[in-house]
Design a protein around this ligand. Structure first.
Ligand SMILES: [Zn+2]
Ligand SMILES: [Zn+2]
Length: 303
């Protein structure tokens, strides 16, 4: 077992080659919570921090992306939920789902697996830490909220740009193959688009860390999981009475992104509704009604 830098004092550790013995060692470290103990044991057990980070990020991506798609695939097969489907006449066929799955998997293994291995050296260079204990929860909560807001802005402008002429024709057209999206289509896109929009998810934390020198890899992994959930859910094609945007009116969700796929123009943002609302780019008849309401309100104020 090589020595991981995940912890700074191994003097009390006993030897062992199993994950259980690694966990036993971390279990005796005072003031670590269960997730910190597991995180520490994982790195210690792997004995190669570069490989450990690469594998962790690759598996996290696969597990949480497909794990989140699975319930939507099941819901598609249960007639009870049909009444909540936004474009209810368009259920994805098995062939469509299979083709989408093949394409997404190819892209994961050929395009995304490669840069993931360079993530650990990059983290070390710019100062993203991975040691236990983790930073306080308040720090993490603040950073997650900030990443959501900044990613949404990045996504709005890049996505809006991708709808212009040649960019659409050669890059973004692929993502619009399915006018009625389903969970799996979240990452069905041209590699250039994956890279450009992925910059919002990965690049923003990197720049944040370069500026503040205060970011933990655990915070980044949870952020990526939350962003994956947001992306899959917004492509689910379902709108429920208990959907998040009913409680957080500025949250976008499937209701917002389905309109983008259906009407094709407007509703460009990923997580929130404010950019499309303020700049008057909400899609479809709902968007039009919204804009008219806004103009009427303004006219009334001016009277
Ligand atoms: Zn689009
Ligand atoms: Zn989409």
């Amino acid at each position: 077992m090589g020595l991981s830098s995940v912890y700074d004092n191994y003097s009390s550790f006993h030897n062992g080659t199993t994950f259980a013995s690694a966990f036993d060692n971390f279990n005796n470290v005072p003031n670590l919570n269960i997730i910190e103990k597991l995180w520490g044991s994982y790195y210690y057990y792997m004995g190669n921090d570069l490989f450990a980070t690469g594998l962790l990020f690759f598996l996290t991506h696969e597990l949480f992306y497909f794990g989140r798609c699975l319930p939507w695939m099941i819901i598609d097969r249960i007639p009870y939920f049909r009444k909540y489907k936004i474009q209810d006449e368009k259920l994805p066929s098995d062939k469509e789902q299979w083709e989408c799955l093949k394409s997404v998997l190819t892209s994961h293994f050929l395009v995304e697996a490669f840069p993931i291995w360079f993530f650990h050296p990059l983290c070390q260079k710019i100062g993203i830490t991975y040691q236990v204990p983790f930073p306080p929860l308040t720090t993490m909560l603040f950073q997650w909220a900030l990443f959501f807001v900044l990613e949404d802005a990045w996504h709005y402008w890049l996505h809006r740009g991708l709808h212009y002429g040649v960019f659409y024709k050669y890059i973004h057209k692929q993502h619009h193959r399915y006018a009625a999206p389903f969970g799996l289509t979240a990452e069905y896109a041209h590699p250039v688009e994956v890279a450009l929009l992925g910059m919002g998810t990965v690049g923003i934390p990197i720049v944040y860390c370069i500026i503040t020198q205060n970011l933990h890899l655990f915070t980044v992994s949870i952020w990526i999981i939350l962003r994956l959930f947001q992306a899959v859910d917004s492509h689910s094609g379902y709108e429920f009475p208990w959907s998040l945007h009913h409680f957080l009116p500025f949250w976008a969700g499937a209701d917002h992104h389905d309109e983008h796929h259906h009407y094709f123009i407007g509703s460009y943002a990923s997580s929130f509704r404010w950019w499309d609302y303020v700049l008057g780019t909400e899609a479809g008849p709902k968007g039009k009604a919204q804009r008219e309401k806004k103009t009427q309100l303004k006219a009334k104020k001016e009277l």
